[in-house]
Design a protein around this ligand. Structure first.
Ligand SMILES: [Zn+2]
Length: 246
């Protein structure tokens, strides 16, 4: 399995980081750790330097801020394989904050294109602006932890993007995301934990950890009646083939 989105540098792992990562690497062949700020992108790269099978995404999350020149410098690192997580999150955002997020996001799209890296994109309650920014951007990447509609997912797939699903897809109320999962081609689906956030349904309320990937991936492959190896192939195509087919 490939965990395309995790945060093992999060303070939730301060007490047992090494054990949590060692256990996660028994389940996932590759883990992509995503930065959320300039400082946390540095700590993400440090993790990738320490563990062979951890790779880094560097970026500034829409609800954070930071120095983009740090992100750009880190893009040249050999273990950095994506820009993210970046995107839009309009929960509790006023117009000035929405504008700030759009500028921060579009600047990171330009960095990704400059370094020919895919984007790892977070989007909550901002689908209209997300589509207008991404459509025609000639960027590539994944909409991680997808919660949008089937129609939105299909529009993004047509633009060349992948769609990532984590533990939230297993929640009984996740009807919209499940419709999106079933609407898109299997060769555009990625799997993730988003550890320490969003554990799959059986572990609700607990810290999300690497072994929980099994529940999420088997839920998705059962829903689609497909072999789970396709999700690994998709991740390799997006993150490890420089001139990827997406
Ligand atoms: Zn995340």
């Amino acid at each position: 399995m490939t965990d395309t989105h995790a945060h093992y540098d999060d303070p939730a792992f301060d007490a047992d980081r090494n054990d949590a990562i060692t256990s996660a690497l028994k389940v996932s062949d590759i883990i992509i750790n995503a930065g959320i700020s300039d400082i946390r992108s540095e700590s993400t790269v440090a993790l990738a330097e320490k563990y062979d099978r951890i790779y880094a995404a560097v970026g500034i999350h829409p609800q954070h801020s930071g120095d983009l020149s740090v992100i750009e410098r880190l893009c040249a690192h050999e273990k950095v394989i994506a820009v993210g997580e970046t995107g839009l999150d309009y929960r509790n955002a006023d117009n000035a904050e929405k504008q700030r997020q759009r500028e921060l996001f579009t600047a990171q799209i330009e960095i990704a294109k400059k370094y020919n890296l895919p984007l790892i994109i977070h989007c909550v309650d901002a689908w209209g602006d997300m589509l207008s920014i991404l459509c025609g951007s000639h960027a590539r990447g994944v909409l991680h932890g997808f919660t949008g509609s089937a129609e939105t997912a299909l529009t993004l797939v047509r633009q060349g993007f992948c769609i990532g699903f984590g533990g939230r897809i297993t929640y009984p109320g996740a009807k919209r995301a499940n419709a999106a999962l079933r609407a898109i081609p299997t060769d555009r689906i990625l799997t993730e934990t988003d550890a320490p956030y969003a554990p799959p349904a059986p572990y609700f309320g607990r810290r999300c950890e690497g072994y929980m990937m099994r529940d999420t991936v088997s839920y998705i492959s059962r829903s689609l009646d497909c072999d789970e190896s396709i999700f690994e192939e998709n991740a390799v195509k997006l993150f490890f083939e420089k001139e990827g087919s997406f």
